[in-house]
Design a protein. Structure first.
Length: 126
């Protein structure tokens, strides 16, 4: 499957179209484009998405950003992600205002980034 880069970023950024669901209520789902961030250890979702899905916190992490800058505490949640028709359960944190796909999900796929063509390709799931 192929996805166009997000062109409203400068420079354009690789994204994947994802569906997020609460396992206890599959009727609630969010579909959106998630920024691929190989520097993020864990996938990050805006708090409003987690609230919309009715997520229940399972843990709290002390989040550290670039250059070990302290960001603060963030609750984590287990949610189901569907990427390229493949479903994966993943722990995520609620922080920030953008969907950020971290390595905890990126590492489940073989992803090809075509920078000049501004296309992200999912080749397969591990």
């Amino acid at each position: 499957m192929s996805y166009q880069y997000k062109n409203d970023c400068n420079p354009p950024a690789p994204v994947l179209r994802i569906t997020i669901r609460n396992m206890s209520d599959n009727a609630r789902q969010i579909i959106g484009d998630a920024l691929i961030d190989t520097g993020a250890d864990i996938t990050c979702l805006p708090r409003v998405i987690v609230r919309t899905l009715g997520g229940e916190p399972v843990s709290t992490y002390n989040v550290v950003g670039i250059d070990n800058a302290h960001v603060g505490p963030a609750n984590s949640y287990f949610l189901e992600f569907e990427i390229a028709s493949i479903k994966k359960l993943a722990e995520v944190i609620a922080i920030g205002d953008e969907l950020i796909l971290g390595r905890n999900l990126i590492n489940e796929f073989i992803i090809q980034l075509d920078g000049p063509g501004k296309i992200t390709n999912i080749l397969k799931s591990e």
